[in-house]
Design a protein around this ligand. Structure first.
Ligand SMILES: Cc1ncc(COP(=O)(O)O)c(C=O)c1O
Length: 457
């Protein structure tokens, strides 16, 4: 067994001062909140401890049915010490969210929920305050996730068998949405320079747009981290308008922008015709790690597009999801702002560490998202990943590829779970995606273990 594999996840969490299974066991922290709760109206103001924003706290999620940790352990066994895959965060939720949920839970009735205008107003207010975009609250349509919204839009504009443009590498879940709607991808591979900077191939984009009804824009781009400029967005928007392609702007990662970069909402572009040819999809679920709360929304300045998609979307929302989302949007900004500084430092740490300690792996800090996109091509060659994959395919495992071999290699030898780049469409081969939204101790542990394993390869 390699040296790094002897590392024990439980010992690490204990040494790092983790809070074990708070969500499951209901610890002193949780009961403290419950003890102070009252009926939901009016909401009492709780005095919150001053260390609420301790992003260094290692918060143990194992055993809570989390995809990020429990699924990784199911797949690769108990030696997984760092689940750096699916895009959610390992931090304790913003105190305002826990407080709002605890207060609502104290009212022990779960009948049908009325959804007052305050929910859509909270979305519009967030858009206005953080991005200067004016969204009419009456145009905000809630869904149980960005996926159901995108699926509703694809059902509306893209009949089965037709193609959808994607700038690739892009979010793997879009391919699931295409399968679900029986549409097919038209991958528009991005251009990547020697320094790892990605840009759009506009000629190829236009060639593809001519044959598509919809374009799924990912801004900021998961997994490459691009925050698309107003110029890029306008150029893509013009092409889409010209060829009657509806722009579905997925902006779920928009709140994560690294220092020195800016996020431009598609709806903020100055050309009204371009904006009127789009719908924007977003949520608080990435920003506040509320993915399992199942709340998202879409909006458009074009009432016709909006109504058509709305008629293909049914959202059965839950009270707790709505309560958590409203608390996040109305009170969560200070928590998020502190978190952004913390994540930026994680990005910087990872960038320097990878440069200095992971030979054969290259990485460029993204402009947005909390994801690192690792170029592992040289390293994959060093461990013969392509040959191993070819052999396993020949032996009957049709799904195997070089990136999955690299994934398994790191899981088994360093206890680190990464996402294979091949999941992200054309141009993802030779890459791995690493989630950096964790306490620094976990990021350090993951990178230390990877470096130790690489040095033995
Ligand atoms: C770009 C992008 N869109 C959508 C989603 C999923 O959204 P939801 O959970 O709201 O369906 C993700 C999750 O990682 C994502 O990265």
């Amino acid at each position: 067994m390699p040296k790094t594999q002897r590392f024990s996840r439980r010992n690490f969490l204990r040494r790092a001062g983790s809070t074990a299974l708070v969500g499951v066991a209901g610890t002193a922290g949780a009961s403290r909140l419950v003890a102070h709760t009252a009926a939901p109206h009016p909401r009492p103001l709780l005095a919150l401890p001053s260390d609420d924003y301790d992003f260094n706290e290692v918060y143990d999620r194992v055993g809570t049915d989390s995809v990020r940790w429990d699924r990784a352990i199911d797949q690769f066994g108990d030696n997984i010490v760092a689940g750096m895959g699916v895009a959610d965060m390992d931090f304790r939720a913003a105190p305002c969210i826990t407080q709002a949920l605890a207060e609502r839970c104290a009212h022990e009735n779960w009948g049908y929920m009325h959804r007052p205008a305050a929910y859509a107003e909270a979305v519009a207010e967030w858009e206005h305050r953080r991005y200067g975009v004016e969204v009419d609250p009456s145009t905000v349509v809630f869904t149980t996730g960005v996926h159901p919204g995108l699926i509703g839009a694809l059902h509306t504009f893209s009949p089965p068998g037709t193609s959808v443009v994607l700038n690739t590498p892009t979010y793997s879940g879009f391919y699931t949405d295409l399968r679900f709607t029986r549409t097919v991808t038209s991958d528009n591979p991005m251009i990547v320079d020697a320094g790892g900077r990605y840009s759009i191939d506009f000629d190829d984009f236009e060639r593809r747009a001519r044959r598509c009804n919809t374009f799924i824009l990912c801004n900021p781009q998961n997994p490459t981290g691009n925050c698309w400029s107003a110029e890029d967005l306008t150029r893509m928007g013009e092409i889409c308008l010209k060829h009657r392609v509806v722009v579905l702007a997925d902006e779920i990662h928009r709140d994560f922008v690294t220092k020195g970069s800016t996020f431009t909402p598609f709806a903020s572009l100055p050309d009204r015709d371009i904006v009127d040819n789009s719908l924007t999809f977003s949520s608080a679920s990435k920003s506040f790690s509320l993915a399992a709360m199942k709340v998202a929304w879409f909006h458009s300045t074009n009432r016709d597009l909006l109504e058509r998609v709305k008629s293909n979307t049914r959202a059965d929302l839950s009270t707790l999801g709505m309560v958590a989302t409203r608390a996040a949007l109305t009170e969560g900004a200070p928590w998020l702002d502190d978190l952004l500084a913390y994540l930026d430092a994680n990005h910087d740490y990872a960038q320097a560490f990878i440069r200095d300690n992971l030979p054969g792996i290259r990485h460029r800090k993204g402009q947005g998202t909390y994801l690192a996109w690792l170029n592992v091509r040289d390293f994959a060659d060093r461990i013969g990943a392509r040959e191993t994959a070819a052999r396993e395919v020949a032996e009957g495992d049709a799904d195997m590829n070089a990136e999955k071999v690299v994934q398994r290699w790191f899981a088994e030898r360093s206890g680190v779970f990464l996402n294979p780049g091949s999941n992200y469409g054309t141009g993802g081969d030779g890459y791995m995606r690493m989630n950096l939204a964790s306490p620094r101790a976990i990021v350090e542990r993951a990178l230390d273990n990877m470096a130790a394993a690489v040095s033995e390869a």
